[in-house]
Design a binder for this molecule. Sequence first.
Ligand code: ADP
Length: 450
Amino acid sequence: MEEYDVITIGAGGAAYPAAFRLKRSGYSVLMIDKKGVMSGNCLAEGCVPSKAVIETVHTMTKMRHFENVYIDYGKIVDHKDEVQNIRYKQHDEELKEAGLTIIKGTARLIDENTVEVKTDTGSTRYRARSIIIASGSDTFVPKIPGSDLAWTSADLYKLNAKIRKLPRSIAIIGGGYIGMETASFMSLMGVKVTVIEMLERVFSNMDRSMVDKLLPLLPEMNIKTSSPVQSIEKHGDVYRVNFGQADDIKYVDVDAVLMAVGRVPVFPEGIEDLGIEHDRHGIKVNMAMQTNIKNIYATGDVNGITPLFHAAKRQSLVAANNIMANNVPTDYFDPLSVPFTVYTIPQMAYVGILPSQAEKMGIEYMEADYQIEKDSMAQINNEMYGEIRIFTDKRMKIIGGYVIGNDAGNVINEIALAVSKGLSLRDLAEMAHQHPMTFEGLDSAARKLY
Ligand code: ADP
């Protein structure tokens, strides 16, 4: 049986950063992935292609200050495909350069050191001293009558997507970030959008005070809350989505339906027999990324902690560092300092502890804000709305913050660094942020308390 120091199950963002680091340090590494290519769902159907579409629409929206520009959706999809192709090629070259191999197949855990890989030609077993489970997540499709009639985000964003023309109207089931990002770009492309959310508000897992600031800034869309979808029916070319409580069913007739009710972890076979602890949200790990079996790690979406590519990458490196320390934890993942950007138009980005969580934890906090209408770069971009808000504890240590509006996804990173490194508001106040950049709002906000 072939033996390796490390095997990764999956070759997405939770696997390959570890593989590269370990290989560079002289470890033998084998990656196994069903797709047979590096970079997982982020590039296949997630963050990269969705942003290729949304950013293009965002640019178009900025142009509309001068002229009513409209870009054909087919051209936007061509651009998305091109970006995916460029990145696949780039990753292939990086893989070759690193001398790493990916086997195209499905991995199954046999014991704590053995993995069986099923390929088109048969099954082979490999041994490894450490294993990283990085098998990611998949779109969740609930068992609602007619749910197979709906698109998922993969239909929109996969390579060579067939959807190259937008419908006149769409019902988006689910008011989480995937649903709301799609809703906002489609609305700006002229689609009549209805978002149908089961819970009492959209972005239900995010801080209410922040979300309440974003909602009035979003492009026109009809949002139905407390509205569980009961069924989807097809009548000729029209889809009817029935929603609401049993005694009060309403419906909307649309040209297309998108199911965006979340993602679920994908577990490799064998975790039950091996006794690897998990529940429906993911495989249980400590912050060194170890499962209850110390030489088996679970990184990225499969552990459900922070299902984002950049969190997966950091977790992957934590696992690599701990493998290099002979499975004795020396490096830890910090979920509180992972920034999260919602790519609606405008964007909303946040990190760390926000008011609702601070209140739950009994933390007394202070806040400093900056209104983006006053920001020079926002004025240059014609995006004069939103705000930066930074939260600190009583000793002025930054515990969290959010940014809504111009360049939010970039600006949040500095607040994340402050949270991660325990910086104080004074550190931000004393920094000479560049002008004209939305970042300068950070020291303006900080100086309100200094
Ligand atoms: P993450 O961001 O956590 O890395 P992704 O979903 O991007 O997650 O990547 C996970 C990858 O793992 C996908 O490419 C998927 O095809 C692959 N995968 C999932 N289950 C298995 C398995 N049992 N064997 C091999 N590859 C798998």
